[in-house]
Design a protein around this ligand. Structure first.
Ligand code: FES
Length: 103
């Protein structure tokens, strides 16, 4: 059964910024792209740096360690179609940001 976990307040993540949250024991990077929130795994698939600490430009976050770039809306890398991080469903209710988990 799907469940939604509150992970952040909308006003804590400014447009163009990201943050790392932990929900269900999973590190998740949440990004604000022009007021729209997106969530992907926080753990870079290269050697595990925190994508929530990366730099967001348009729809892409650059990993802070070696600069691999991931689309925060899809989790896909711009280097190769087989390189991606997990993407999570996210929604906003009032000022609360929720990530949805499926069983
Ligand atoms: S750890 Fe992310 S690019 Fe190397």
């Amino acid at each position: 059964m799907p469940r939604s976990i509150k992970v952040a307040k909308a006003y804590d993540i400014d447009p163009g910024e990201g943050a790392t949250v932990i929900a269900e024991g999973i590190r998740i990077a949440v990004f604000n792209v022009d007021g729209e929130f997106h969530a992907i795994s926080d753990t870079c698939v290269h050697v595990g740096a925190s994508l929530g600490e990366g730099w967001l430009r348009d729809d892409f976050v650059s990993c802070p360690l070696h600069g691999w770039r991931f689309n925060v809306k899809t989790g896909a890398s711009d280097m190769h179609r087989d390189i991606c991080v997990e993407r999570f469903d996210i929604h906003q209710s009032g000022t609360d940001i929720f990530v949805r988990f499926e069983d």
